[in-house]
Design a protein around this ligand. Structure first.
Ligand code: 13P
Length: 341
């Protein structure tokens, strides 16, 4: 496969395939495993992720790349094959989460700044060597009537741009992820407020990317959708799609090859329906696909339940959900496909 940034970025969003975000930190995967009563150990994390990556049909047909946590990038399957090789054999691309998490931001109560820039150039060289061809950094933007502040948006956008420039020097495609929280506190914001904050955030992010000479052809944007807060959900699927497309057109240059949304706590079906509506109704300058964590994994995690005898059931659930998301990336998902399964 080509090693040019532009070609990798295009491959990440081509043919109705999208990204599997399997980069939960050790603390987050513990929360997910708590939900099925499973202890999180290096082995149980390996078994779970190996199950997903060995779902051959799902990987080959629907998953263009997998965002890994550092532990997984260097981990071997039960039979000794590296997990990276399993991904590559499915003609999918290994990627890596490189940020060190969103931390409380000094002087900005209830807002965060994402850490991880110090030493990043050296880590990226190591990740490239291990096979990673793209990376992810998540900036988190709080939202309420009073938040976010200009200072927090600016600082997070600047960090995203510094990260993206370092990635490109290391021949790694940066996924630039500014997430406006849907399910953070207080979570009762309207869709109008979401639209305003998301537009402001994306505008600032692209200003910073330009300032730091990030090559737009060699990156992927991973935004949240314009959507009302989890405690105020009223907007229809079409309204979410319309408002999201409107602000993306205003802020994301056509040179960016693709936009891969996060699911952010939407139900699996909501996340699928929204993506499909955006793709069905519009002629767009970029590919629109998924980079879902929870919305791709929740059903598989439940079907597996941490039991070896349920691996096939977990893989079936994952394959179904990946197929639904892929239909959505082509704008051709309908509820009937869910019922047919
Ligand atoms: P969710 O789709 O569960 O929001 O996760 C995607 C992700 O990578 C968040 O950083």
């Amino acid at each position: 496969m080509s090693e040019r940034l532009e070609d990798i970025a295009v491959a990440m969003v081509a043919n109705g395939r999208g990204l599997l975000a399997a980069d939960e930190s050790t603390a987050t995967i513990k929360k997910r495993f708590d939900g099925i009563g499973l202890e999180s150990t290096e082995t149980s994390r390996r078994d779970y992720r190996e199950m997903l990556l060995r779902a051959d049909d799902a990987m080959r047909d629907y998953i263009s790349g997998v965002i890994l946590y550092e532990e997984t990038l260097f981990q071997n399957a039960a039979d000794g094959t590296s997990l990276v090789d399993i991904i590559r054999k499915a003609d999918s691309i290994p990627g890596i989460k490189v940020d060190a998490g969103a931390k409380p931001m000094a002087h900005f109560p209830n807002e965060t700044i994402t850490e991880g820039l110090d030493g990043l150039a050296a880590r990226l060289a190591k990740y490239h060597e291990a096979g990673a061809r793209f990376a992810k950094w998540r900036g988190v933007i709080a939202i309420s009537n009073a938040l976010p502040s200009r200072g927090a948006i600016r600082a997070n956008a600047h960090a995203l741009a510094r990260y993206a420039a370092l990635c490109q020097e290391a021949k790694i495609v940066p996924i630039v992820e500014p997430e406006v929280l849907m399910d953070g506190a207080p979570g009762d914001h309207s869709i109008e407020r979401s639209e305003e904050v998301t537009e402001w955030t994306l505008r600032t992010v692209f200003e910073e990317l330009g300032e730091l000479r990030v090559k737009l052809e060699g990156m992927i944007l991973k935004p949240s959708m314009v959507i009302d807060g989890k405690k105020a959900r009223k907007a229809s699927v079409d309204e979410v799609a319309e408002r999201t497309i409107k602000i993306l057109k205003r802020t994301v240059p056509a040179a960016v090859p693709g936009i891969a949304f996060l699911s952010g706590g939407q139900s699996t079906e909501e996340a699928t329906a929204h993506l499909s509506a955006m793709n069905a109704a519009h002629d767009l300058p970029w590919k629109l696909t998924f980079s879902y964590g929870r919305a791709l994994q929740q059903e598989a995690l439940n079907a597996w339940g941490g039991k070896a005898e349920n691996v096939a059931a977990g893989q079936r659930a994952f394959t179904h959900r990946a197929k639904m998301c892929s239909l959505a990336a082509k704008g051709s998902w309908t509820k009937d496909f869910e019922r047919a399964a």
